[in-house]
Design a protein around this ligand. Structure first.
Ligand SMILES: [Zn+2]
Ligand SMILES: [Zn+2]
Length: 605
């Protein structure tokens, strides 16, 4: 397989650069044209250039800003005299294929800063890019007539770029700043392997069908309103039922694991946020208000309230670990451009808990939380991965604290046979953490729950417990959320199940369809009995034909549909269509209720 670049001191260096700097390929780790992250980075950045070249050929007036590789492919930001939309993408792709087929060499040149400024004199976007770079010697990459200011890395020629797809056109503020003009962005993806591209495109199509924003509207789960504010979800009755069921399941799961429910206020004095470090480290994400000359901050996290509850009583070593949990509503300011359905909102509810424990209990507690995670993920058929995040740039606490706690987390995971990735610099400002990444039904990865170890807040708030010998000791605080937030998790569940929720959380478990008016009373009686065992149902007794009502019921994606006619009323039976099992069966009303009751008692996290 072709070598397309090398890796030297953690940096990817393409062949063009290696040749210019006289770096021998044999002496270094070689990057082949395969599916590794490094190989795809080189390929995708080259695909971004190929796209820019194609756009330039089709629209000679085009000016280009930057074209980076991102987690899901690449994009390029640019400016045209007219608006592009998704219908323009096939023409650009066609041009790209044509240019790729020419096997144009991709060449690298070193140019002085002065020369570059002159070269791009009439291009205000490149001037904006240049303002951000202070090097005296810069590099240009050239393929055919197209050249671009670029650090690389690139594949050696355009022929290597074969399997790509342009995904969508979007708008983007120049340099990501809302104060700047809006320019055009095109997202795309590419692979060396044809089959991988095919799988990716299939996944995208499937994801579109499952989009929780669309299903959320179709199934009447939630909505947003301009009158209320962006990023502030409104839960409609069906969505609130779903959420309520999830809350109840999780409430039980916490209680059997020894957690105590607590509630703390939404707004806390600003001084509390100064003490916690949020004022200095997290202020830009928070909302503040001043009442009677006292400044308050809306909580972005629930920790400070739980700390105040911990401090309300004298705590003995016998009380530890002490576990407080709350469905804590938090507010965090997100840029309006970052808001996305239920995935990124400004108000959300966390399944938040704080475990106060001794140093020696930390490992056991981490493992217990991971057991909880396993149980929840298993319930919803999610696979998941763990990632340990280390000290970020903005952090409190000394290096020794960070080293010992980070090592403590990894030891706990290692000793218990967990595998995990590492996210350098991804920790919370007060401590390292374990992130839980969910893999959904179509293979996408989502960041959800987190477990964080914290010795800073107990120090700042002077928390202590009394030991066996009646001395005072500082507890460790573990912050943890398993779902993360109800909003995001329900968004993920909606896409994971494509709206076909399992009975344990389905907003409506059963739709009852009486064939004629004379069967309505029986249906309504059954509905009452179902409500008593906490199964929500709906009676479809509108004046539509039976077939139409069955079709409407099926569109609602409910687990079960029950049809009631003369026979059913006479014999006290029901005719059941189980959508998930794709089965039809007849049974007595009692057997039906018994079956649902059994299913419910199996629903345990
Ligand atoms: Zn570039
Ligand atoms: Zn916390």
């Amino acid at each position: 397989m072709d070598c397309i670049a090398i890796k030297k001191d953690g940096q990817i260096i393409d062949l063009q650069t290696a040749q210019a700097l006289d770096i021998k390929l044999e002496d270094n780790e070689q990057i082949k044209a395969d599916s590794s992250a490094e190989a795809l980075e080189v390929l995708r950045h080259s695909t971004a250039h190929l796209m820019a070249q194609a756009i330039k050929e089709l629209h000679p007036e085009a000016k280009f800003f930057v074209g980076p590789v991102v987690k899901e492919g690449f994009y390029y930001d640019f400016k045209l005299e007219h608006q592009l939309n998704d219908e323009d993408l096939p023409a650009i792709e066609k041009k790209m294929k044509e240019l790729a087929g020419k096997k144009l060499p991709i060449e690298r040149f070193e140019v002085s800063r002065k020369e570059i400024i002159k070269k791009f004199a009439s291009d205000e976007l490149k001037q904006a890019v240049l303002e951000k770079i202070c090097d005296d010697v810069l590099t240009i990459y050239k393929q055919g007539d197209f050249e671009d200011l670029c650090r690389g890395p690139h594949v050696p020629n355009t022929r290597m770029i074969r399997n790509f797809k342009l995904i969508r056109v979007a708008g983007a503020y120049l340099g990501g700043d809302e104060a700047n003009e809006m320019i055009t962005r095109i997202y795309g993806i590419s692979f060396f392997d044809k089959a991988e591209l095919k799988d990716y495109v299939t996944m995208l199509e499937e994801a579109k069908k499952r989009d929780h924003r669309r299903l959320g509207t179709d199934l009447k789960l939630f909505t947003f309103s301009d009158d209320i504010g962006a990023g502030l979800p409104l839960w409609l009755p069906a969505g609130a039922r779903l959420r309520g069921k999830l809350e109840q399941l999780l409430y039980k799961a916490h209680r059997v694991r020894g957690y105590q429910p607590v509630c703390a206020p939404e707004i806390l004095k600003a001084e509390a946020w100064v003490k916690s470090g949020h004022y200095a480290n997290y202020k830009e994400n928070m909302y503040f208000t001043t009442v009677e000359s006292q400044e308050y901050g809306l909580k972005p996290m629930n920790c400070v309230g739980h700390i105040a509850i911990f401090k309300d009583d004298l705590v003995s070593y016998r009380d530890l670990p002490l576990k407080f949990f709350e469905y804590g509503i938090v507010h965090r300011h997100e840029l309006s451009g970052a808001l996305h359905g239920l995935f990124r909102v400004r108000e959300f509810t966390q399944d938040d808990a704080h475990i106060f424990c001794t140093q020696t209990q930390v490992k056991t507690e981490i493992i217990e939380v991971l057991e909880f995670v396993e149980s929840l993920m298993g319930h919803f058929n999610f696979e998941y991965e763990l990632e340990v995040s280390t000290k970020p740039k903005k952090a409190i606490g000394d290096d020794e604290f960070w080293e010992t706690t980070t090592k403590g987390i990894m030891d706990a995971l290692d000793e218990n046979g967990y595998t995990y990735g590492i996210d350098e610099g991804g920790g919370a400002f007060y401590g390292p953490k374990i992130d839980i990444k969910i893999l959904d039904a179509i293979g996408r990865k989502w960041q959800c729950g987190t477990i964080q170890i914290d010795m800073n807040l107990p120090e700042r708030f002077d928390l202590h417990y009394t030991t066996k010998d009646d001395t005072r000791e500082r507890p460790v605080m573990i912050h943890r959320a398993i779902l993360g937030s109800f909003e995001r998790f329900i968004g993920i569940l909606t896409e994971h199940y494509a709206g076909e929720f399992p009975l344990s959380i389905a907003p409506t478990g059963v739709i009852l369809i009486p064939i004629a008016d004379s069967h309505v009373e029986y249906a309504k009686q059954l509905q009452k009995e179902l409500q008593e065992i906490e199964i929500d149902s709906d009676v479809f007794d509108k004046n539509d034909s039976l077939n139409k009502r069955i079709r409407t019921a099926e569109k609602q994606r409910v687990p079960m549909i029950v049809v009631i006619g003369d026979d059913e009323v006479a014999n006290s039976t029901i005719a059941l269509r189980d959508r998930r099992a794709r089965e039809r069966s007849e049974m007595t009303k009692e057997a039906f209720i018994q079956m649902l009751n059994n299913k419910k008692s199996e629903d345990r996290i």
